[in-house]
Design a protein around this ligand. Structure first.
Ligand SMILES: [Zn+2]
Length: 84
């Protein structure tokens, strides 16, 4: 999930095209990294660099303290909620 517009607003910075491309590439890298690993997936933060450089976009950081539920766990959660 990309939130460039939001990040932009937050940092008050207009990103140049290559900075946006860098940001998208960073997210794609993070996604494939997580897909390739057999372990649990984690929440990923999109972190906007605070510097005023228009050529500098956002990067992505894994939140190891926030594991995402597995497909099976998510399924069980949904089913449990439906029963209530
Ligand atoms: Zn920067």
């Amino acid at each position: 999930m990309l939130q460039i517009g939001k990040e932009n607003e937050m940092s008050g910075k207009f990103l140049k095209r290559n900075a946006i491309i860098d940001t998208i590439k960073s997210e794609e890298r993070m996604n494939s990294l997580q897909k390739r690993s057999d372990g649990p997936r984690y929440h990923v933060d999109t972190v906007s660099c605070g510097c005023p450089d228009e050529n500098c976009g956002a990067f992505h950081a894994i939140r190891a303290d926030r594991p995402l539920p597995t497909a099976r766990q998510a399924d069980e959660t949904l089913r449990a909620r439906r029963r209530k």
